[in-house]
Design a protein around this ligand. Structure first.
Ligand code: 3PG
Length: 398
């Protein structure tokens, strides 16, 4: 129908850039989380039902130059299972072979191009490669929110070459949800950051300090902040060179009236391989021990702040959650956050995976679970996403 923007695409070849960069088990090659595939289906269905030919394209991981070690075949198989569509994966990405596959597509069949990163021109945002992709289609749709922060050929150069281009349903949903965190978020606003490194999160911390009321910091990055406060973290992972930065962040927060909550207790063990840990006060880490998770008091402290919050954003696990002994902080936090009544959003990556592992009930409680890791952080940082900019009329008209 005209209202959904699909009128006039019947019979046309529609290139849908999706983010099928799904996590896979390193040993078995099995897909461990197919959320990115599932979330792309509404747009694929919409285009299919409008009578168009569907050409899907994605990257997967970071294949070594010249190697074809990360095929999208298993992803195609999962898509076929989930949709009942017949999924054709031509060996070549550009040229006559895929053109023929696309030409021959019938109702109920889709073409999934191989891993775009098999061509190194993809990451170089190469015009010629984009032109070859453009030959495969009449209409361009970007539904790859997770890759929208990459100025790569299929995300940036290609749409600029296309007269007919649009945002897909998932991209729109993500921009709408994450936009609520950037554009005058409802207060109180609480952000929870975790993960390994302060350096990975510095831009997002800077941006959040200008907008949140409370910033909870957990995960290994919290160790650096605790050390910056003078606590002896013993064997814990600390970024020595980031101690001054952590101090600057703490004092900036103070100046701006932002409350920073750090762990008051941590789960410690003598090594990453330990199969049990014990909770101790953050200023009483015993000799030879390292902090690997936040403790129950910290979970309660953080959770208390988002009980009243109107907006909650979470990115990064609270500990080494892949190991059962150190997963409780992350899972408990997920559980309590899912019960909060505010607008609760989880950025993609590890924290989104953790929320799903915590169970359906927990995942359902969140207002939005983003499919984008880096992309959602860049949006929060107030950056423009190349994939979104390339869809705008003025840019393409250059
Ligand atoms: C992601 O998983 O964040 C996106 O698919 C982008 O992948 P990349 O970090 O390899 O560019």
């Amino acid at each position: 129908s005209a209202g959904d923007g699909t009128s006039g695409i019947a019979g046309k070849r529609v290139f849908i850039r999706v983010d099928f960069n799904v996590p896979m088990d390193k040993k078995t090659g099995e897909i461990t989380d197919d959320a990115r595939i599932r979330e792309a289906i509404p747009t694929i269905k919409l285009v299919m039902e409008a009578g168009a030919k569907v050409v899907l394209a994605s990257h997967l991981g970071r294949p070594k130059p010249g190697k074809r070690d990360l095929s999208l075949e298993p992803v195609g198989a999962r898509l076929a299972e989930l949709t009942g569509y017949e999924v054709h994966v031509p060996e070549e990405i550009v040229g006559d072979a895929p053109k023929k596959v696309i030409y021959d597509l019938r109702v109920g069949q889709v073409c999934l191009l191989e891993n775009l990163r098999f061509h190194e021109e993809e990451e170089k945002n190469d015009e010629n490669f984009a032109r070859q992709l453009a030959e495969l289609c009449d209409v361009y749709v970007n539904d790859a929110f997770g890759a929208a922060h990459r100025a790569h050929a299929s995300v940036h150069a290609l749409p600029r070459l296309m007269r007919e281009r649009a945002a897909g349903l998932l991209l729109l949903k993500e921009l709408r949800a994450l936009g609520r965190l950037v554009d005058r978020p409802e207060k109180p606003y609480v952000a929870v950051l975790g993960g390994a490194k302060v350096s990975d999160k510095i831009d997002v911390v800077e941006a959040l300090l200008g907008v949140v009321d409370t910033l909870c910091i957990g995960g290994a990055m919290a160790n650096t902040f605790l050390a910056a406060q003078g606590k002896d973290m013993k064997k814990s992972k600390i970024e020595e060179d980031k101690l001054p930065l952590a101090r600057t962040i703490l004092s900036k927060a103070g100046n701006r009236g932002v409350q920073i909550l750090l762990p008051t207790d941590v789960v410690v063990a003598s090594s990453l391989e330990a199969d049990a840990g014990s909770a101790v006060a953050a200023d009483a880490v015993p000799d030879g021990a390292m902090a690997l998770d936040i403790g129950p008091k910290t979970v309660a402290l953080f959770a208390d702040s988002f009980k009243r919050a109107k907006t909650v954003f979470w990115n990064g696990p609270m500990g080494l959650f892949e190991t059962p002994a150190f997963s409780k902080g992350t899972f408990e936090l997920a559980k309590l956050m899912s019960k909060a009544s505010g607008f609760t959003v989880v950025g993609g990556g590890d924290s989104a995976a953790a929320v799903k592992q915590a169970g359906d009930e927990v995942a359902k409680g969140f207002k939005h679970i983003s499919t984008g890791g880096g992309a959602s952080l860049e949006l929060i940082e107030g950056k423009k996403l190349p994939g979104v900019e390339a869809l705008r009329a003025t840019e393409g008209a250059e």
